[in-house]
Design a binder for this molecule. Structure first.
Ligand code: PLP
Length: 224
C-alpha cells in the first residue's frame, strides 16, 4: 500500500474517533515512525504530506535526517543513551523518552536552546518497558527546575502488550489523569499540554483518551 492510501484510511479513523468523543481532529498530530523502512519510503511519506517524523535510534535518525533535511519536525522516540545526546541534540525538535536525571543533565550541557521533551511514563508496569512509574513523575519534573534547557511539553507512554482493550484504555486514561495533575501545578517549564500515546494497534483508543501525538510505524509506512 502507498503511504498516501494508508494515510487516508488513518485520517478517516482519526475523524471518526474524534467525532465519538467531541475532539477536533486538528489537535491530533501524526508522527511517521520510519525505523523499519528505507530512506525512499520515508521520502514517500514526506511527499504524501507527512511533516512529523520519528526514529528510535541515532543511526536510523541521522540517516533519515540526512535524506529529508531539517524541514520536517523530528521526534526522537526511543531510549537515548547519554553519550549519544551530542549526535542528535541540534537536529531533533522533540524527545519522547526523558526518563532520568542523568539524561536531563547531558541535554542541559549539550543543548544550545531549550529542547521540547516528553517525560516517558511506564504506566502499565511491564518490566520490559522504559519510563518512570506514575508516582515518580511529579518529583522528577520538580527536579528539572535546575535544567533550563528542558521544557516538559507532555507525557509519553506505550500501552501494555495485550489485545485487552480495557487494559490499554486504562493505561492511556491514567496518563491523561497524571497530565491534568501536573497542569494544576502551573510549573513554568512544564506546561505539559501534550500526550504522546497510541501506536499502530491502539491509536484509535489513544485518541479517544486524549492523545495529541500518535506514533505510527506499521500502519502508515509499513514494516519492511
Ligand atoms: C516502533 C515504535 C512505534 C511505532 O510502532 P508501530 O506499532 O509500528 O506503529 C511507536 N512508538 C515507539 C516508541 C516505537 O518504538
Amino acid at each position: 500500500m502507498s503511504v498516501s492510501a494508508n494515510l487516508a484510511a488513518i485520517k478517516k479513523n482519526i475523524v471518526e474517533a474524534c467525532e465519538r468523543v467531541g475532539r477536533n481532529p486538528a489537535d491530533i498530530r501524526i508522527i511517521a515512525v520510519t525505523k523499519y523502512v528505507s530512506v525512499e519510503r520515508a521520502k514517500e511519506a514526506y511527499m504524501a504530506g507527512i511533516t512529523h517524523f520519528g526514529e528510535n535510534r541515532d543511526e536510523g535518525f541521522l540517516q533519515k535526517y540526512e535524506a529529508l533535511g531539517s524541514e520536517p519536525t523530528w521526534h526522537f522516540i526511543g531510549t537515548l543513551q547519554s553519550r549519544k545526546v551530542k549526535n542528535v541534540i541540534d537536529k531533533i525538535d522533540y524527545l519522547h523518552s526523558l526518563d532520568r536525571l542523568s539524561l536531563a543533565k547531558e541535554i542541559q550541557k549539550r543543548a544550545t536552546k531549550p529542547l521540547k521533551c516528553f517525560v516517558q511514563v511506564n504506566v502499565s508496569g511491564e518490566e520490559s518497558k522504559h519510563g518512570l512509574t506514575p508516582q515518580e513523575v511529579i518529583p522528577f519534573i520538580e527536579k528539572l527546575k535546575e535544567f533550563p534547557n528542558i521544557i516538559v511539553v507532555g507525557l509519553m507512554t506505550m500501552a501494555p502488550f495485550t489485545d485487552n482493550e480495557q487494559d490499554i484504555r486504562r493505561c492511556f486514561r491514567e496518563l491523561k489523569k497524571l497530565q491534568e495533575e501536573i497542569q494544576t501545578l502551573h510549573i513554568p517549564y512544564a506546561p505539559c499540554t501534550e500526550l504522546s500515546m497510541g501506536m499502530s494497534n491502539d491509536y484509535i483508543i489513544a485518541i479517544e483518551e486524549g492523545a495529541t501525538f500518535i506514533r505510527l510505524g506499521t500502519s502508515l509506512v509499513g514494516k519492511e
